[in-house]
Each structure stands twice: as structure tokens, then as C-alpha cells.
Design a protein around this ligand. Structure first.
Ligand code: MG
Length: 261
């Protein structure tokens, strides 16, 4: 099966995952009031390229409409796929999703965090924590013998009532391609196949949670996904290898103030 990785391929993803995490951490550390999205994008791209990697989102998509940035940067009611090359200044109190991927030694990895800009409201801080916790619950369920629906259920059960879990965007296999089989949903959708989790499979687990409903739409830029009701959204993501001893996070989670540090 194409979506199973060899030991050597997983080692390449492990190394690429550390490089990617370092790039994301550099952007996280620079994410302060007064900084632009474009500045964060440039910082992350610099770290990837200096480490021998290639950004995987830059140029992704169709030839006529390639993604124009290294990082998907999505602020407040923006859920994912925001254009990281925008000259938008980040303000105190914003929450900003930073989603990044890279190629390294022929394999790709994918990860994201949502970070506070300066001090944020208690509601926004809780949203970040809830989303991170749901991702980690999903990771714990990523074991051989389970199916993707065990991950979906773990994520869903960790998100408290009153939040929305985005349904139209899901996690995915990753490694040989930026997106590959299987789909890894964040809720128990009956229309998703119960793809088994197999030794050597690598998947991106990436819950997207809102403070409103699960409904999202595409903004006028034809990339950015936003909440329909204008509620806040958060997104966390890791690339995980499914191994006989249990799940291994290949993209070390960065230190995010108030969430992971
Ligand atoms: Mg992804």
C-alpha cells in the first residue's frame, strides 16, 4: 500500500518533522503585536530552506492558482488556509493559526498551532486549550488495530458541548504526498470509511474547533476558510507515525504560551 512508510522513510519524516517544528517555533516566537503575517511567513521559510527542506504549501494547488505562501496563517474567525503572504498586522488579543508543511529527503510532514498575540481573552485561551487537548486525545487513539473513527471519536469526545467541530475539513495521510489516504475526520461522520490504522501509516491529526457552529465557507480570496457565524476558530495539527509500540509524533509540538508551555 502506497500510504505505508518504510523504516527509512519514517526516519526521514522524523528528521523533516524536527526541521518543520523548528521553523514553526521560530514563527511562534515572533508572533507578537505589530508583526505582519508576511514577516512570520518569511521567518518560517528561512528556517526550512536553511535546513535543507522545501516548503510544501508554497505553490501547492493548481498551476493557475498556486498557494502563495509557506505558512497558512489564519486569524480569529479564519479557520485554515489563510494566505501567509498578507501584509496584515497582528494585534494584541488576536489568535492566529500557523499551519506549515515541508519536504525533506523526499518525504513531507505537516503541522499547525494556534497562538495568542499578546494577552487574549479567557474565552480565546480556553478555545486554544480545548483544541490542543482534542488533538492529543486523537493522537492517543492512533494505535495499530484501531480505525480512523477511533481517532475521530476521541477528538469529538474531548471537545466540550458549546463548541463547533469543523466537519468539511479533515486530517489525512501524509508523507509521500501533502494529502493522501486515509481521511482522518474529527467527528463520527457515518459517511467516512473506517480505515484501519496499520503499522507504518503516517497521518496528520488536525482538529478545527470553533466557539460557534461547525459551518464554514470560503472567503473572497478563494483560499481562506472562515466561520459562517463569525465565531473564533482554532486549529492544531501533528504528523503521527503509527508504530507497533504506539503513536509517535514526528513533528514535535512547539512551545505555545498558555497552551503547551
Ligand atoms: Mg494537514
Amino acid at each position: 500500500m502506497a500510504n505505508i512508510k518504510t523504516t527509512e522513510e519514517i526516519q526521514a519524516m522524523r528528521e523533516g518533522g524536527v526541521l518543520l517544528s523548528n521553523a514553526l517555533q521560530a514563527a511562534v516566537d515572533a508572533a507578537k503585536p505589530g508583526v505582519t503575517m508576511k514577516q512570520l511567513d518569511d521567518i518560517a521559510r528561512g528556517v526550512i530552506e536553511a535546513g535543507g527542506g522545501t516548503p510544501s504549501f508554497l505553490g501547492y494547488g493548481s498551476k493557475s492558482r498556486p498557494f502563495p505562501a509557506t505558512v497558512c496563517i489564519s486569524r480569529n474567525e479564519e479557520v485554515v488556509h489563510g494566505l501567509g503572504n498578507r501584509e496584515i498586522v497582528l494585534n494584541e488579543g488576536d489568535i492566529v493559526g500557523l499551519d506549515i508543511g515541508c519536504w525533506y529527503k523526499g518525504l513531507c510532514t505537516d503541522m499547525a498551532v494556534t497562538v495568542p498575540i499578546g494577552s487574549i481573552t479567557k474565552e480565546r485561551a480556553t478555545l486554544l486549550r480545548v483544541t490542543y487537548d482534542s488533538m492529543m486525545a486523537g493522537v492517543d487513539a492512533a494505535v495499530v488495530g484501531n480505525t480512523v473513527m477511533d481517532i475521530a471519536g476521541a477528538v469529538e469526545d474531548t471537545v466540550p458541548n458549546g463548541y463547533g467541530i469543523v466537519e468539511s475539513l479533515v486530517g489525512h495521510g501524509v508523507g509521500h504526498q501533502v494529502h493522501e489516504a486515509p481521511n482522518v475526520p474529527n467527528f463520527r461522520g457515518k459517511h467516512f470509511p473506517k480505515a484501519p490504522l496499520i503499522d507504518g501509516m503516517c497521518i496528520a491529526i488536525e482538529p478545527m474547533v470553533t466557539t460557534g457552529t461547525h459551518d464554514v465557507e470560503t472567503a473572497d480570496d478563494e483560499w481562506t476558510i472562515v466561520t459562517v457565524d463569525g465565531s473564533d476558530a482554532a486549529h492544531f495539527e501533528v504528523t503521527v507515525a503509527i508504530l507497533p509500540d504506539g503513536p509517535e509524533i514526528l513533528t514535535p509540538v512547539p512551545k505555545v504560551r498558555g497552551v503547551t508551555a
